[in-house]
Design a binder for this molecule. Structure first.
Ligand code: 5GP
Length: 177
């Protein structure tokens, strides 16, 4: 069933049930890989807030949660190259295992910028967990990209935290244009 968000129509792509199962599996991998460690999960706002919430509830290892706010999309449906930092990290990440939580990796520009910034603060490790990845749009090799929920085509998507013109973040599932 099609839905409308602002001035555009979207169709269902991934149901909440499917997302829930995949998030559980990703959490299982993280629990195993970070056993004996206390990672800091850093969510990239705004889009990652629902994914972060569902993911951490499935983690059994001790972990800290923090957020950073960046923006490279400005109300459009194509990625701009400029990355803007709205607010930075409030936690000391030196010698800590970092797991960056992303909603979606498109060109990889945001992640490329962010990883370079975080490395300057000397964390012991950086891994990235992204709910969505558009492999055909990816313009960088990002070795840190270890956990991926779903690979999707180069469609513009909304829902489950992702917006179009700041709307649609509250949709349970993911929809494509
Ligand atoms: P990148 O820097 O990898 O090109 O883009 C990453 C950011 O662009 C994401 O964190 C997200 O904010 C935004 N973005 C990329 N693709 C989409 C999309 O299909 N839908 C929405 N709502 N945002 C997207």
């Amino acid at each position: 069933m099609k839905i409308q968000v602002a001035d555009l129509d979207f169709e269902p792509l991934i149901s909440y049930e499917t997302i829930r199962e995949r998030v559980e599996a990703l959490a299982g991998n993280i629990n195993a890989d970070f056993s004996g460690k206390t990672p800091i999960l850093i969510g990239v706002l705004n889009g990652s807030f629902l994914f972060m919430a569902d993911l951490v509830k499935q983690l059994t290892i001790p972990c800290q949660v923090s957020f950073i706010k960046l923006a490279s999309y400005h109300g459009a449906t194509t990625s701009s190259r400029e990355v803007r930092e709205d607010f930075g990290l409030s936690v000391d990440i030196a010698d800590r295992a970092i797991i960056l939580i992303e909603d979606i990796v498109d060109t990889g520009n945001t992640l490329h910028y962010l990883i370079a910034q975080l490395k300057q603060q000397n964390p012991s490790s950086i891994a990235v967990c992204s709910l969505l990845l558009k492999p055909k749009a990816l313009a960088y090799t990002i070795d840190e990209l270890k956990y991926i929920g779903f690979e999707i085509e180069n469609d513009f998507v909304v829902g489950y935290g992702l917006d179009y013109k700041e709307l649609g973040r509250n949709l349970k599932g993911i929809y494509k244009k």
